[in-house]
Structures are given as C-alpha cells and as structure tokens.
Design a protein around this ligand. Structure first.
Ligand code: F6R
Length: 608
C-alpha cells in the first residue's frame, strides 16, 4: 500500500525522505510527493510514477528544510495523477500524507464542502487535511485538531502532518495502518516501515492503534487518544542496509529467490532437535495448549493462503486434525461456526495485511482456543495481537511477488504441524521424517536452482503466449496455484491452475497448440493418474512442460520434461516451488515487465 515517512532533523531532510520512499516503493509506486517546511514556507513537490521521478525533480529544485513528510502512493480513491498524489493540503498551511482508507469519505466530503472547503482531489486523504484545518480554525492546537479530526474518521489510517505555523514539528496518528517512530541522532522520524529509515535509526517506538505522536529533531512525544502522554516500549530493530540492496542481482525478486536456502535454514534454526521439534517455539504455554487442538482454522491472502492449502495435508497426517481454510477477505462474512478447541492461524509475510488483520480481530471475539500468527515481520500488528507466533526469519522481502516468504511459511507450518503432533504425542515416526526432510530442504532448494538452464530453453516458447495452464494433484495443485499466481502477476500472461483430474470437467476446452501446460509430476501415489491427465492434454495438441522425477513414465513429444532433485515426501512441495518461481521470473525478464513492482500491485496490502 502507500508508504509514509516524516523527518525532523538538524540537517536538511529532502534526501532522507526520498531515500526512505525508495526503500518503501514496494508499498506503492504510482506517484510520489513530499512537502518540506522551511521556516515560514512549505515547498511541495509531486510526480507521477516512480520515486526516481521525484528524485529528479529534487535534484532540479534543490529544496532545503529541516523537516518534512513524504509519500509513495498505491491508488485507492482516484486515479494515479498529480492532483491525487500526496501530500494534500488545506489552505497551504496544513499538509498531510496518509496510508489507509477512510470509509465515510462521502459524508465527510459533503460536510466539508458545505463548510466552504474546496476539495481539489478525488482522494479520501485530502479530507483529513481540511478536517484538521477546520478544527484549528475553531481554536484548537495542531495536536488537538488532529486528535479531533481522527474522531470523525471511520476506517484505517496512518497519517503524518505538517503545520507551517509549527516549524520543525511532525504530527502523526495511527489506526489500523502501520506507523512507527524512529529515534536518530539530532533527528527523529515517523515511517510506515523501519526499512525506510534503515541506517538512520535502530531504535523504534511501535505506535498502537489510537496513538498520536509529535516529533522534533530532539524530542519524541507519544499521546493516547485522550491526548494524555503515554509511554511505549523502545524496540531495537536491526535494519541492516545490505538486506535492502539488490546485492548485485538484477531484481529484488531474483535475489530473494536465490536467498531461499539461507532463508529456510533461518526459519528452522534453533527450533528443532534430533528428530523432533523443540517445545514452546510458538511462545510460552503453546506446547501445553496445543494438545487440545481438535481443528484448525487458517486465514490468509494470496501466496500466504497457498501456503495454508499446501500445508493442510501435513496437519491432517501429523496431527490428525481437520483444517478449514478461508480467504481472509471472506472469512468473517460467512459467519463461521466455531467449534470447541479450534486453533486460529493467520499467515502473512507482512503481518499487516488488512483482510487478514480484520479476520484476526473477528476471531478474537470468538471462542477460539488461541490465535497463532506465522509472519516475517516481528514488529507487525498481527504478531503483537496474537497469543502465539513464529517468525519466518526470511529477512526483508522487497519484491512485490512473494518468493522466500512462501517457502519459509511452509517451513514454519511444518514446525507448527510437528508442534501440535508432539503435544498430542502422536505420529512420532512421521514427525521425525518431517523434521529430517525440513532440515534437508535448503540443500535440495540449492540443487533445484540447477534447473534454470533447462528453464532458459523454454522461456521464449512461453513468453509470447496469451494463456497458460498449471496442473498438479494433491498438494501439488496448491503449488501449481502458487506458480500460476507468480506467473500472472509478473508476466501479465493469464495463468490458471487446476487439479489435473479436473481438466476434463471444463478447462480442457482451453487446450490447443498455443497453450503451454506446466505440470508438476513428483513420484507419488497420484503420479499415474496425473500421467493419464497429461495424455488428455497431449491429444489436444497442448505443449507440456513437466517438472517431475525421471522415474515417472511421462513421455513428451511436444514440450520438455525437467528432472527434479530427489526429494523427501515432506519437503518436495517446497522444492517444486523453486522452478515455478524461476520460470515466472525468467519469462517476465524476457518480456521486460517491471517485475519488482508489477502494475496495479503493491506489497503489504493495508486496505480491505
Ligand atoms: C503474491 C503476493 C500476495 C501476498 C498477499 C498477502 O506474490 O505477494 O498475494 O501473498 O497480498 O500478503 P501477506 O503475506 O503480507 O499477508
């Protein structure tokens, strides 16, 4: 979604703000803007498109000031345009940047128009500036005016504000959208993501919903919703600069694909012993409570949802526990019936996804046994709001298309399945096999990188197509779904995944000479059935690109068979993910899409 940053410093902040926006560009990239507060005047710059355009404008104009706020946008209300880009102003004195969605914007727009405000943009965000201005006109201080303004807002927001009459101060508010305050040396910051101020601060205050902050170059003050000062714990976050650089790779996505052996090893490290999982790796009391788990409810979005779908079989086999899996965006609207001793599990790379967060908040009011979060960002709201949690320790994922987040989520889900199985004291042998497979995964993932040379041969044959089908059976259908999602989001070629046995019930009509069909054929109990399904594709002239074991009896006349490493039963789904990521990446490179920031998308979707 959008990224916001504000800085108050003893030095000029223009460069700090633009560098911060660049590091948050994964959150939105259709326009960018900033405002600097220079003694008596505000200098505002806005550009359409990438932050680099704003940087060019900065180089041209060379504005200087010791405080300012900035924004990179992912459009929700109103098209990407100069007019809709942030910051928004009221009367040239109040300037705001906003991340989130104001749900009652129609009503506020009408009210403010009736009060005589001329609303220049189509955004919900501009209204916040007018509300603050109007409250100030009624005699309130800037902080009071901001607090009062938020009382009129329904929805989610993190807001940073500049008042030209309060030089050197940044005001901020948070409700259901991430915002933190960073302490630097002779400078302080607010930002949506600690990465934005990597290298400038390692000491953060994570604002809670309903918090407000006022920062100057040498002071940080945090207030509760009643305007009284509150103290928030100082958290040290290691924002190593190296992890937010491409490190010689062409794209973040490429770097993140090839980081997976290390990321998966980090996800497992310190959590297993010889043949088993350690107790309480999900937090104190987790092992004790997990022996009561009778059912599991998973919620997640996109790639994280595919992780839940893939892992379901592990929970059924190792814990003998039925699982329900819901799109987080749908879960609470079906009025789910919650049975006793159901564990609620959220999966999220960012830990901030609004749909998943809303599902978590809903679940808190229901009689779940407890809430577990699997996420990659320790400072995230989901992590803080859960009873138990495990961090995937994958390191920052910047590419919008999730790669290492997915495989490390699978590793964490395997640890959860093993933890529940251990607490119930069942299936010890299978658990030992699962743990052994998990420990062997990084080496197999490394081996799977060797498939790139075969994938290179098929890239050009796929890059000019309009549609692709992805097939798998059992858990490999979920891996096929993840492969198809990756492929469509960065190549813009339509791709759809089907359980291979479902083909004849409709989608086979799509297959002709122009349709590449990517299939996953591990040597398992379903492979023979899959082979028959692939015959159906062959006889309709479809081109098959199959990842499988050489032992499987698949003969391909048109297309290519690519031999996978010899995997274990439990780690094969993780390893089969790798060639699908490489395929999507290489096809997108050949087409020339902006694959770290694909069109219309953003990472960390903090609006519903
Ligand atoms: C796809 C992708 C998205 C995310 C989804 C959930 O490559 O990255 O589908 O998986 O938006 O995000 P998180 O995991 O942060 O909740």
């Amino acid at each position: 979604m959008c990224g916001i940053i504000g800085a108050a410093s003893s030095r000029s902040v223009g460069k700090i703000l633009v560098n911060g926006l660049k590091k948050m560009e994964y959150r939105g990239y259709d326009s960018a803007g900033l405002v600097l507060n220079n003694e008596s005047e505000a200098i505002q710059l806005k550009t359409l498109g990438k932050v680099a355009n704003l940087e060019d404008l900065m180089i041209e104009k060379k504005p200087r000031a010791q405080s300012g706020i900035a924004h990179t946008r992912w459009a929700t209300h109103g098209e990407p345009s100069q007019k809709n880009a942030h910051p928004h102003t009221s009367n040239g004195t109040i300037y705001i940047v906003h991340n989130g969605i104001i749900e009652n914007h129609d009503e506020l727009r009408e009210r403010l128009s009736n009060d005589g405000y001329k609303i220049e943009s189509e955004t919900d965000s501009e209204l916040i500036a007018h509300l603050i201005h109007s409250n100030k006109e009624n005699g309130k201080s800037t902080l009071e005016a901001l607090i009062e303004a938020t009382k009129a807002l329904d929805g989610a927001y993190s807001i940073a504000v500049i008042d030209t009459e309060q030089n050197g101060k940044i005001f901020a508010a948070k409700q259901k959208s991430p915002l933190l305050v960073g302490r630097g040396i002779e400078e302080n910051f607010v930002a949506s993501d600690p990465l934005a101020i990597a290298g400038l601060s390692e000491s953060f205050y994570l604002l809670e919903d309903g918090d407000f902050a006022v920062i100057t170059q040498d002071e940080i003050k945090i207030f509760g919703s009643d305007g009284e000062g509150v103290s928030r714990e100082e958290t040290i976050i290691d924002t190593r600069v190296k992890e937010v650089s491409k490190d010689g790779y062409k794209h973040f996505m490429e770097k993140e694909i090839y980081e997976q052996p290390k990321a998966i090893a980090n996800a497992i490290e310190g959590r297993t012993t010889e043949g088993d999982v350690l107790d309480n790796i999900f937090g104190l009391g987790s092992s004790e409570s997990f022996n009561r788990v009778k059912r599991i409810q998973f919620v997640a979005c996109g790639t994280s949802l595919h992780a839940a779908k893939t892992a379901r079989k592990w929970f059924e086999e190792l814990c003998e526990t039925p699982c329900y899996i819901d799109f987080a965006s749908e879960y609470r609207y079906r009025n789910p019936l919650v049975e006793d001793d159901t564990l609620f599990v959220c999966i999220s790379q960012s830990g901030e996804t609004a749909d998943t967060m809303a599902a978590l908040n809903y679940a808190k009011e229901e009689k779940y046994l407890g809430i577990v979060t699997i996420c990659n960002v320790p400072t995230s709201t989901m992590a803080r709001e859960s009873d138990w949690k495990i961090f995937t320790n994958a390191g920052p994922e910047i590419g919008v298309a999730s790669t290492k987040a997915f495989t490390t989520q699978l590793a964490a889900l395997m640890l959860l399945a093993c933890s529940i199985s251990k607490s119930k004291d069942i299936n010890g042998e299978k658990r030992a096999e699962a743990i052994e497979d998990l420990v062997n995964t990084p080496a197999l993932v490394k081996e799977a990188f060797g498939l790139k040379k075969h994938i290179d041969d098929i890239v050009e044959k796929i890059a000019d197509k309009k549609n692709a089908l992805y097939l798998g059976r059992g858990v490999y259908f979920s891996i096929a779904q993840e492969g198809a999602l990756k492929f469509k989001e960065i190549t813009y070629i339509h791709a759809e995944a089907y359980p291979a046995g479902e083909l004849k019930h409709g989608p086979l009509a799509l297959v002709d000479e122009t349709t590449p069909v990517v299939a996953l054929a591990p040597e398992d109990e379903l492979v023979e059935k899959l082979v028959s399904n692939l015959e159906e594709v062959k006889s309709r002239g479809g081109t098959l690109y199959v990842f499988g074991n050489a032992t499987s009896k698949i003969k391909i006349e048109k297309g290519k068979f690519m031999n996978m490493p010899d995997c274990g039963y439990y780690n094969a789904p993780i390893v089969y993910t790798i060639p699908l990521q490489i395929l999507a990446y290489e096809v997108a490179c050949s087409i020339g899409t902006d694959l770290d920031q694909p069109r219309n998308l953003a990472k960390s979707v903090t609006v519903e």
